[in-house]
Ligand binder design. Sequence first.
Ligand code: HMG
Ligand code: MG
Length: 302
Amino acid sequence: MSLPDSVRLFEMSPRDGLQNEPGTLVPTATKIALIERLADAGMTHIEAASFVSPRWVPQMGDASDVMTGIQRKEGVTYSALTPNLKGLESAIAARVEEVAVFAAASEAFSHKNINCTIAQSLERFEPVMARASEAGVRVRGYVSCVLGCPYEGDIDPERVAEVAKALWELGCYEISLGDTIGVGTPLKAKRMLDAVNRQIPMNQLAVHFHDTYGQAIANLYAALEEGISVVDASTAGLGGCPYAQGASGNVATEDVLYLLEGLGINTGIDLQAVIDTGYWITAELGRTPGSRVAQAKGRSHT
Ligand code: HMG
Ligand code: MG
């Protein structure tokens, strides 16, 4: 067994965490404060917003204000989702340095999420990649439903590998593999990673586990054993997907940090600062953190 010496954590709470928040819109100032607190805790990669249609995802309608409002910290990448050229142009205007395009390994999910087929989405990304390259903006790629789809059920790992390879060949610097509805288990995750790794080097892959069935930490450990060293996670376990009913948030950042610390794997992130941020943001939203580690340790009383 060989585990990575260090892990790069990609924080999702401002985007994946808040995009599905029911009820009233989360104030822009709260989002900005969240992002700044995460950066202060030592995060180096934060998905801060999403330049999607506000009719589809109202909670992300203030993406430009969020991106231009944050006090940017040296050494921190603040990225945003951009499903098409319109989104990318708005992101560039808001001085975003890194964006992400998102495709799915399931046709049905692709339709529900971005209103087109997988092939159409990949075509749509071509001009996005070209414009991003011209503007000096790095592009990450997501594949959704890599371990199962809410509409199609099981997904063939070869299908995941095909879509991941297409995004990689378009020029995405890293492909994040999303268990959108959190149905995966470790053996399934390993098989999927093996299939994708036959096409793309492991150091250009990331895992993006949602925790609906409580398997995300186990899946993550399996992925680390496979050589994965980039992990998406969401403080307090915030989130869900608007097009995957019942799906819960990403694996909680606090739980990931506790696991990694126990394995002697370095992230450079202050666990207690993240726990405190999780208590703060969930209080703003009227609940308590979904992280087991946050519940066990509690907030600091300084
Ligand atoms: P569409 O309706 O097919 O697009 O939506 P359209 O091009 O026909 O445009 C319709 C309207 O949307 C027009 O406005 C456009 O201007 C506007 P109208 O003329 O009717 O007033 N529009 C936009 N507005 C702002 N920003 C844009 C934009 N594009 C068009 N970028 C579209 C297609 C892709 C836009 C839509 O389906 C959409 O926004 N989908 C986003 C869905 C989404 O955000 N899902 C959640 C994120 S993905 C996820 O969570 C998974 C992930 O976490 C990984 C995992 O867990 O698996 C990443
Ligand atoms: Mg997600």
